[in-house]
Design a protein around this ligand. Sequence first.
Ligand SMILES: [Fe+2]
Length: 291
Amino acid sequence: MKNQNATLTILTSGRAIGAEIKGINIADGIDDETFKNIEDAFNENGVIVFRNQQITEQHHIDFTKRFGDIGPNTFAGYHAHPKFPNEMLVISNIKKDGEYIGNPDAGHTWHTDQSYTERPPRATILYAIEIPTRDGKPLGDTLYANAAAAYEALPQDVKTHIDGLKAVHNIAARKRGGDAPKRVNESLKDKYPDVIHPVVRTHPFTGRKSLYVREGECIGIVGMSEEEALPLIKDLSNHITKDEFIYRHQWQPGDLIMWDNCTVQHLALKDYEPDDRRLIHRTVVLGTKPF
Ligand SMILES: [Fe+2]
């Protein structure tokens, strides 16, 4: 589908989620009317991509602020951008003086960002600077799943069963593994106690309902035994990541991609080697408390 606006073109991915917005040079600034079109495309498509952007950190931060307040980066203090420690996180496997310059272990299991916080981000915005390749093909694709479409596809009896349920989200539940320093997980566990969010949440802008539950992030359901809760969490998680709900993003340097953490779950593939340089900047837009 092609949706021509005055200044931009929205090309949907043909999948249940994702669209590329063409005709926008973020560094040039965005007028209010154009921004409204971008925001609508974002709310509608869950993931939007702008290719071939040449932006500074300040452009990235300014663009983020158009969507709301900048949210805190959970890993700030460990992998914050040295010049913008409160606004920007560095995702990278590049080492300088023996230390990673960013978080090398970003999202290698399915999740929705910072669901273990009271107000998880409305959006996460990544800007790709270096992307590993092999034989000319980009590595480290990111998969995005549409948890709203997944909710809508549930049988009515399951919808009725999960209506009103609340899940317990725990920062340490995720099997982080990889290269994440243990000290990071330990200190964050104290800073972020468990939080409770509805299993079915309502989008604050569109009113669309989506599943907001994930194996590896949720450790239980309020008022339900573990024996009943964990299999339910697992079943819903597997449902969300069925192929029909997924868009797979193949990165290029210069990509700016943003996704809606209310309706989208994602997974970063780690199919590259330690020497394959990857460098991405990340900001988040503060969200509302899920309801
Ligand atoms: Fe993530």
